[in-house]
Ligand binder design. Structure first.
Ligand code: GRF
Length: 187
C-alpha cells in the first residue's frame, strides 16, 4: 500500500496513522495547518501543499482536483485517506481512484452529513453520535460504510468536547480500517 493522507487542520488523525506505522507516502493539505506544518515534518512524511487560493464562484474545482491527482500519481499512491480535508473534489477523482478513497466523518451516517456534524448532533439533542469510516464517492458523506462506532453525548457537552471524544475513537478505528481495507484490495 502507498497511502496518501489528505488533511486541512490539526492532523491528529494523520498523526495517529503515522505513529501507528502506516506507510504514508505523502501528506497533502489544501492550506497551511498543523498537519502539514508540524506533523508531517515530525514523522519525516513528504508533504505537498495544494493551496486553495480562491473560494466561491472563482474556484475552479476541476483544475484543483487535477492538481491533487497529479500528486497522487507522482507518489504512486494506491489508497487515499481523507482525514479532515475540507475541499470538496470534482467527481473526476472518484472515477480515477474508484474505491480507493476513504473518508472518516464525525457522525453515525446517514445522520448529520456535512461540515457541522458535531454541532448538528448537539442541536438535535442526540444522546449518542459517533464516527463513520466509508468509501468516498462523488456524493458527499454517502459512500459504502466500512465501520461505525458510537460515542455518547454527555450532559453539558460543547462542540469541542464532543468532537474530541469522537476523535479519540477515530484515531484508533481509522488506521485499523485502512489496514483491513488495503489487505482486502490486495495492496
Ligand atoms: C475528524 O473528526 C474527521 O472525522 C473530520 O475532521 C476531523 C479531523 O481531525 N472530517 P484532525 O484534524 O485529524 O484532528
Amino acid at each position: 500500500m502507498r497511502l496518501a493522507v489528505l488533511a486541512s487542520g490539526t492532523g491528529s488523525l494523520f498523526e495517529a496513522m503515522a505513529k501507528g506505522g502506516l506507510p504514508v507516502a505523502v501528506l497533502i493539505a489544501d492550506r497551511h495547518c498543523r498537519a502539514i506544518d508540524e506533523v508531517a515534518p515530525m514523522f519525516g512524511v513528504p508533504a505537498e501543499l495544494v493551496e486553495r487560493t480562491s473560494y466561491g464562484k472563482k474556484f475552479d474545482r476541476k483544475v484543483y482536483t487535477e492538481e491533487v491527482i497529479a500528486i497522487l500519481k507522482k507518489y504512486d499512491v494506491t489508497l487515499v485517506a481523507m482525514a479532515g480535508f475540507m475541499t470538496i473534489f470534482d467527481p473526476v477523482i472518484f472515477e480515477e481512484y474508484k474505491n480507493r478513497i476513504l473518508n472518516t466523518h464525525p457522525s453515525l451516517l446517514p445522520l448529520f452529513k456535512g461540515d457541522h456534524a458535531v454541532a448538528d448532533a448537539l442541536a438535535a439533542v442526540a444522546t449518542e453520535t459517533g464516527c463513520t469510516i466509508h468509501v468516498a464517492t462523488a456524493e458527499l458523506d454517502a459512500g459504502p460504510i466500512l465501520a461505525q462506532e458510537k460515542v455518547p453525548v454527555m450532559p453539558g457537552d460543547t462542540i469541542e468536547a464532543l468532537h474530541e471524544r469522537i476523535k479519540v475513537v477515530e484515531r484508533v478505528l481509522y488506521p485499523k480500517v485502512i489496514l483491513d481495507y488495503a489487505a482486502r484490495l490486495g495492496d
